[in-house]
Design a protein around this ligand. Structure first.
Ligand code: KG4
Ligand code: ZN
Length: 354
């Protein structure tokens, strides 16, 4: 059995986890810095790095303790080395590197974007289905990403759609900020919009063709959320002028959220049909959103839908340990080769086949 210690510090969560054979999660410790960043209305990279430094040793210790294992039991250490905020990543990568080096443990660099996808397959949620699940279409929606990845049965993968401006999570965060609701916007918007009229205000669904504007071939599966944000700004100003923003807040927020959910569902559905996909994965922080989860359940056959459990949607290290297991099996580890990187590299494959 392989015990992988996962470490995550790419944004504002310091996390560590021990996972057995890429499936059984023995511990999953997450120290969130949300309170530190909230007054700034977003994540401040240097502040994030300082907070990771304070928390990381304790978080890793707790993950080992909760799993009832010691470093001697660990087969490999898997750390997120990108994409993410560089100062934040460097803390996790260097801590993990030193730990691996000092204890002579194999060391793995894991891609955070692909780890989010693996979040849907932890806790033994393996797919021993008789029906084919490939090609698999994964929608990764978080604070940093809104992408559709098409994965074939040999592990080859390619991005078929991405956001040409803001990520879906940013649309939530910036929308909430604009309305003065706080940070992070996703959970606040979901809560505030509960019970609101989702079709009261018709916010734009960019690049879907719904406005009557033709979508170019190039943008067919791409996302754009900046127009939506601008539209919310004008809408808010109008309501403020009329002195009815407070009365209309719930409907405004519900309609705004609906526009995001609608776009994500339309694009995923049309890509699913176009590429003849056999299953869909929904993952990343935005996948915590109850309305989005529900819409995907209504849209796709439940046997073909893999929605990451909420605890593995937002940043965590279980997904990092989980994907690390597959890299470990492929002997993709080397202390010297693992460096931090900020931007998503070209994706051509995923390290796991289910
Ligand atoms: O995956 P994640 O923790 O970090 C990144 O890798 O970016 O995602 C964080 C994002 C934030 O933008 C946050 O507002 C969003 O996920 N989020 C949500 C919800 N919970 C978190 N968005 C919509 N609804 C939610 N319930
Ligand atoms: Zn993430």
């Amino acid at each position: 059995m392989a015990y992988i210690l996962g470490i995550e510090s790419s944004c504002d969560e310091t996390a560590a986890s021990v996972v057995v054979d890429g499936s059984e999660v023995l511990s999953n410790v997450v120290a969130s810095q949300i309170d530190k960043h909230a007054p700034h209305g977003g994540v401040v990279p240097e502040l994030a790095a300082r907070e990771h430094l304070k928390a990381i040793e304790c978080v890793v210790k707790s993950a080992l303790e909760n799993a009832n294992v010691s470093l001697k039991d660990i087969s490999a250490i898997s750390v997120t080395n990108g994409p993410g905020l560089m100062p934040a990543l460097l803390v996790g990568v260097n801590f993990a590197k030193a730990l691996a080096f000092a204890n002579d443990i194999p060391f793995i660099g894991a891609n955070h974007f692909l780890a989010h996808i693996y979040g849907a397959f932890l806790d033994g949620k393996k797919t021993h289905l008789s029906e084919p699940i490939y090609p698999m279409l994964a929608l990764v929606v978080s604070g940093g990403h809104s992408s559709l990845l098409l994965i074939s049965d040999d592990g080859k993968a390619r991005i078929i759609g991405y956001s040409i401006d803001d990520a879906a999570g940013e649309a939530f965060d910036k929308g909430a900020k604009l309305l003065g609701l706080g940070y992070p916007g996703g959970p606040i918007i979901e809560k505030t919009g509960q019970g609101g009229n989702i079709s009261k205000y018709d916010f734009p669904r960019s690049l879907t063709g719904k406005s009557g504007k033709k979508v170019t071939e190039e943008n067919k599966f791409n996302f754009s959320f900046s127009g939506l944000k601008t539209s919310l700004l004008y809408h808010t100003k109008k309501l403020q002028k009329e002195n009815i923003l407070e009365d209309e807040l719930v409907d405004t927020v519900a309609s705004y959220q609906e526009a995001i959910v609608d776009v994500l569902t339309i694009k995923t559905k049309s890509a699913y049909e176009k590429f003849n996909a056999k299953s869909v994965v929904l993952c990343g922080g935005v996948a915590c959103n109850g309305v989005l989860r529900e819409r995907f359940m209504q849209t796709f056959d439940k046997d073909k839908l893999f929605i990451a459990p909420k605890k593995y949607c937002t940043d965590n290290a279980a997904m990092v340990a989980g994907i690390g297991y597959h890299l470990f099996k492929q002997e993709k580890f080397d202390v010297k080769e693992v460096d931090a990187y900020a931007r998503l590299p070209l994706i051509t494959e995923v390290p796991f086949i289910l």
